[in-house]
Design a protein around this ligand. Structure first.
Ligand SMILES: [Zn+2]
Length: 347
């Protein structure tokens, strides 16, 4: 299956393959031009499979939940929401790309993830314990390690990060018999990994050709009752969330504003406001034939959007666009980033 095949090719082969096919697909390189007649907008629907502080009961203080210490201890509602969202997206011709916190695989049953995989939905790595790869000391890696530092005894910071990425991969191989399709770092970084050549190299060495780590929302947007100007401020960020290539060759696939955490938890928006911005965002990508990476948490969305309106809105907008847009996994975003002259980041 594509998930195994993509991961198993080496970085050198990947680059060779892409440059070889790029010559046959030169029309795609015009995707940077607004409204290139034969380029498609690429839309991704991505779920981070973890529990989220402050949920599922809104208004209950986040410290009253244990999720910060056990991000991968998914409740059944989160699993059911993920499976059902995947079904609905597939019924409309798309795929849903999930990123898994490895702890999830300690649960007695993983049948629900197997169903997703069997239906063709890609699953990537979100580290084993949801660690912060930007941590500057071991105690900052994850709440769990502040409480139980002995779990990292004798490890350097770099070793602990590398091991946490690798451990998720080993768990996926042993419990699910798949290799992860891509890596999304827990937490979002406004500059991605721009100034962290060491992390870029580490991720490449672990066998990943792309990472999803960058997110930078607009500043100065109202917390309640967003206006058209607030929506426009979000949409204006999408140009800065297109895939690009780091100096090391690692590809960055940013995830696009807004995130559910920022909209629902931080700003207190309601679902209708969230959907209004989502519609404008997807239409922006379609109009410009660029990418839009919708990233949310099913542990939040089952509370905020129990009727799956967001994923269905995306599918309906993409299907209405016909040949101009497609819902894909993030690996397809990476292929677009590699096309000649496309989104090369200039430092
Ligand atoms: Zn996460």
């Amino acid at each position: 299956m594509a998930q195994l095949r993509n991961h198993s090719i080496s970085r050198r082969n990947f680059l060779t393959t892409v440059s070889a096919t790029a010559g046959l697909s030169s029309h795609l390189s015009r995707a940077a031009d607004p409204v290139s007649p034969d380029a498609k907008a690429l839309i991704a629907i991505t779920f981070d499979l973890e529990m989220a502080a402050g949920y599922p009961v809104k208004g209950k203080p986040r410290h009253t939940y244990s999720w910060d210490y056990e991000k991968g201890n998914l409740n059944k509602e989160t699993k059911q929401y993920t499976v059902e969202a995947c079904r609905q997206v597939k019924a409309k011709g798309g795929v849903l790309h999930s990123f898994l916190v490895g702890q999830v695989l300690e649960h007695p049953s993983v049948d629900w993830i197997r169903e997703i995989i069997d239906e063709g939905h890609p699953v990537g790595n979100h580290t084993y314990d949801h660690v912060n790869v930007m941590a500057t000391k071991l105690s900052e890696l994850q709440h769990r390690f502040r409480r139980a530092p002995w779990l990292l005894t004798d490890k350097t910071l770099a070793q602990a990060i590398r091991e946490n990425i690798r451990l998720c991969e080993v768990a996926m191989q042993q419990r699910l018999a798949i290799k992860p399709l891509g890596l999304r770092t827990p937490y979002a970084f406004g500059q991605g990994l721009d100034n962290r050549l060491d992390l870029q190299e580490m991720i490449l060495e672990l066998g990943y050709t792309w990472v999803s780590s960058k997110y930078k929302g607009p500043s100065g947007v109202k917390t309640k009752d967003p206006t058209e100007a607030d929506f426009a401020a979000f949409v204006a960020t999408h140009q800065n969330h297109q895939p690009y290539i780091y100096p090391t060759g690692l590809i960055e696939i940013p995830f696009s504003p807004p995130m559910d955490v920022g909209a629902f938890r931080s700003r207190g928006w309601n679902l209708d406001e969230f959907l209004q911005l989502l519609e404008r965002s997807v239409l922006w990508a379609i109009e410009n034939r660029l990418t839009y990476d919708f990233g949310v948490h099913p542990s939040i969305m089952y509370v905020e959007d129990p009727e799956f309106k967001a994923v269905n809105l995306i599918c309906d907008l993409v299907n209405a666009a016909g040949q101009d847009a497609k819902i894909v996994g993030l690996d397809k975003f990476a292929e677009r980033a590699k096309l000649p002259g496309k989104n090369e980041k200039q430092d």
